[in-house]
Design a protein. Sequence first.
Lengths: 113, 113
Amino acid sequence: DVKVTQSSRYLVKRTGEKVFLECVQDMDHENMFWYRQDPGLGLRLIYFSYDVKMKEKGDIPEGYSVSREKKERFSLILESASTNQTSMYLCASSGGMGGLEQYFGPGTRLTVT
Amino acid sequence: SQKIEQNSEALNIQEGKTATLTCNYTNYSPAYLQWYRQDPGRGPVFLLLIRENEKEKRKERLKVTFDTTLKQSLFHITASQPADSATYLCALEKRGSQGNLIFGKGTKLSVKP
């Protein structure tokens, strides 16, 4: 079974703090994704990566950066957290054996106060 | 731009009936379409993928159809059970991407005993 894990289920941070969200997958997938999910807006893609050290902007990259130093690990960084970044953050991976489906982690509920 | 719509925000049905969820898309002809299930506070879970040259796909009590003329996919759950209650997301490949997906906002299905 594919397993995607995220470093925290719940996180509370203060405005202006630097926040790191980590994601690890154990299936040797090439592709990794970071989404945020908000009521009424659905899932929106923040950043994605098709290979180690490679990153591409998604639909809403402003205020975020990412890092992929190893194939199995994809980190999302909020350089200076703001209240409008309070959301559910979901990591996903895909690509093993040419698979198109995405496997999601359990999510991190981030609250910025 | 590509748009994907799931017509109903919520669907309530009686146990044992067939649930039918609708996904419509515009401005694009995707090579494939996917359906996911999401439980509250959890990441989405992949259910089925259907390609443009497939009219129908089945998996146990699940059936998906893909009508490229109508630009519509239907997702059926036969003999529904209360355990099927969840939000179901439709996703299609993003034009010009290497496996990126655009997700619908989901339909929340409630199956009453």
